[in-house]
Design a protein around this ligand. Structure first.
Ligand code: N01
Length: 546
């Protein structure tokens, strides 16, 4: 994993990130004869699964569906030990893929891209890294994921703290022994909810600081059974095909009936059945849960009832039961024994919804006027999602325009793939694409295939530059907002809305119209000669469809 000794200074494509999408993109582009270099900040492959090593980290999309579909031998041969895979198993999978397809030789690890500037004259990107490298590329592709920049809240006194601090999104590689420790966990999103039961079992005492309760459903994770695995493997091609056109990019998601088309009794039965099934299936109980407030409330109340049934202390149960936003509008959490954890003697829940944590002290923190002492503080405080990582690189397009400046009031993309004034810059699962609003695996593969097809098309037609038309981009930005405004999503202060980061524009960033619908739009765009994109040859802009 050291740097290559003789690395080309000029390539067809530079990819940033060796996670799910970067690895596949490298495999595809290299296979097609495009010279390609990947820069990766970590010292190995895996992206989000490389960084998020906190206790209990697990994918809440089933492994049979959260895996590559592009190599049948791989999907037939790989054995997932559990229905929902734990982080070490997912990392082992990516490591296997990197070896199997000999990908590491084209990846520079421990290398952070610091800037990428478009050179108008050369019609190429100049990319610089923190290792001092400067490389020129025709195509610059950010495959950096949507939630890869950890959010460390700006709480007074943080630097005074003498104990250990951890962030779930940037967890140490070695095992941390919390035995006998007094621990604080700040944050109760997916990462907090997954780690809290494990930390509670290890620590002497655990205090959870909750600003907003999240809705969480049980995962019902089980070891993979030979029958289930066989069923999937026998039907992989049909199921993957169905996933590509499904609303959420997963197989068998929703019950296509509305909430009030059934009696109250039937509704309850459906909720019960899906609660027992586990996982995201619960949100698919009815087709209108995310658009109809009254419908949503039936599912929200059912969830609150489950919390009250599990958590013995009524006051704690009420604090844990979300009431201020519709279910599903902050990302639904999927847990193992999360609510049960609050029945343990050594766990305390502290509600900081009324007033923020006041300050961190040398040996703990002050909240609600109380002084707490901790050996370790775990920040499960999420990410500067969707745009944070893109903005960490000084990306400049035509006339030195910074991406950060162009997007100062919110991301502006065409299809979440490209932004006007930034020719040949692609963002895999960028804002304005379904990305986090579905099975990321399905969406990442679709974007990689789309981008690869663009490069092939350009090579075949002797085209040098690709860029969205401003009008197409403006319309798409409007579409993304219009579709989101037709749902309940804008009602929550979620990271989808940028609401978790002080000062970030508040608007819904992913495209919520559905993974399948989005794919069809992309297919139409291509069929109509890359409608909405301008493709340039060396001397003049030419129509793409010839
Ligand atoms: O982050 P989050 P996450 N004081 O933003 C709280 C994916 N993921 O890392 O809700 C006190 O959801 C914050 O409070 P509030 C998945 O897409 C997937 O848990 O903003 N609290 C919230 O409770 C997920 O959605 C998997 O009021 C503060 C928490 O910190 C995404 O990653 C597993 C605070 C952050 O929750 C992010 O999840 C894990 C402060 N100053 C993650 N600042 C799986 O596949 C923030 N908070 C299973």
């Amino acid at each position: 994993m050291s740097h290559r000794s003789v690395a080309p200074r000029s390539v067809d494509a530079v990819i940033v990130g060796a996670g799910f999408s970067g690895l596949y993109l490298l495999h595809r582009l290299r296979g097609l004869g495009f010279s390609t270099r990947v820069f990766e900040r970590g010292d190995d492959v895996g992206g989000t699964w490389y960084w998020n090593r906190y206790p209990g980290a697990r994918c809440d999309v089933e492994s049979m569906q959260y895996s590559y579909s592009w190599d049948d031998a791989l999907q037939q041969e790989w054995r997932w030990p559990e229905k929902f895979s734990a982080q070490p198993d997912i990392l082992a999978y990516f490591s296997h893929v990197a070896d199997r397809f000999d990908l590491r030789k084209d990846i520079d690890f421990n290398t952070t891209v610091t800037s990428a500037h478009f050179d108008e004259g050369a019609r190429r990107w100049t990319i610089e890294t923190d290792t001092g490298e400067k490389i020129s590329a025709q195509f610059y592709i950010m495959a950096t994921g949507c939630i890869s920049t950890a959010n460390m809240p700006d709480i007074d006194g943080l630097s005074d703290y003498q104990g250990n601090t951890y962030h779930t999104g940037n967890w140490p590689h070695e095992k941390i022994d919390f035995t006998g420790q007094r621990i604080a966990v700040i944050g109760t999103g997916s990462s907090g909810i997954q780690s809290i039961p494990i930390l509670a079992a290890e620590a002497a005492h655990l205090t959870v600081f909750q600003r907003t309760p999240h809705y969480s459903v049980p995962s019902r994770n089980v070891p993979m059974t030979p029958e289930y695995e066989r069923e999937w493997k026998e039907q992989y091609s049909e199921r993957r095909a169905a996933m590509r056109y499904a609303g959420g990019g997963s197989y068998k998601e929703s019950n296509d009936i509305s909430t009030f088309s059934v009696s109250e009794e039937e509704r309850r039965e459906i909720f019960e059945k899906r609660w027992i099934m586990g996982g995201f299936a619960f949100l698919g109980s009815f087709n209108d849960l995310l658009v109809d407030e009254a419908a949503n409330e039936t599912a929200a109340e059912f969830t609150r009832e489950q919390v009250r049934k599990i958590v013995k202390d009524p006051a704690t149960a009420e604090t844990l039961a979300p009431k201020t936003y519709p279910i599903g509008t902050k990302r639904l959490c999927v847990d193992t024994d999360y609510y049960h954890t609050y029945n343990r003697e050594n766990v305390e829940l502290v509600d900081v919804s009324g007033s923020p944590i006041e300050r961190i002290t040398a040996d703990g923190l002050v909240a609600n006027g109380r002084d707490f002492r901790f050996d370790s503080i775990v920040f499960a405080t999420g990410f500067d999602a969707m745009t944070g990582t893109l903005f960490k690189v000084d990306i400049r397009g035509r006339d030195g325009l910074a991406l950060k400046d162009k997007w100062h009031a919110g991301p502006r993309t065409y299809l979440g793939l490209m932004s006007e004034s930034f020719p040949n810059l692609f963002t895999i699962t960028g804002p304005g694409s379904p990305s986090v609003k579905g099975n990321m695996a399905t969406s990442m593969e679709q974007h990689v295939d789309f981008v690869t097809d663009c490069l092939i098309h350009m090579r075949e037609h002797g085209l040098e530059l690709m860029e969205p038309e401003l009008e197409a981009e403006d319309k798409w930005v409007e579409t993304v907002q219009r579709v989101a405004n037709g749902t309940l999503f804008p009602r929550a202060n979620s990271w989808y809305m940028g609401a978790n980061i002080p000062g970030k524009p508040r608007l819904f960033m992913p495209y919520i119209g559905g993974v399948g619908t989005y794919r069809k739009i992309c297919e139409e765009v291509v069929a109509e000669g890359y409608r909405g994109f301008r493709l340039h040859s060396e001397h003049a802009a030419v129509a793409a469809a010839e």
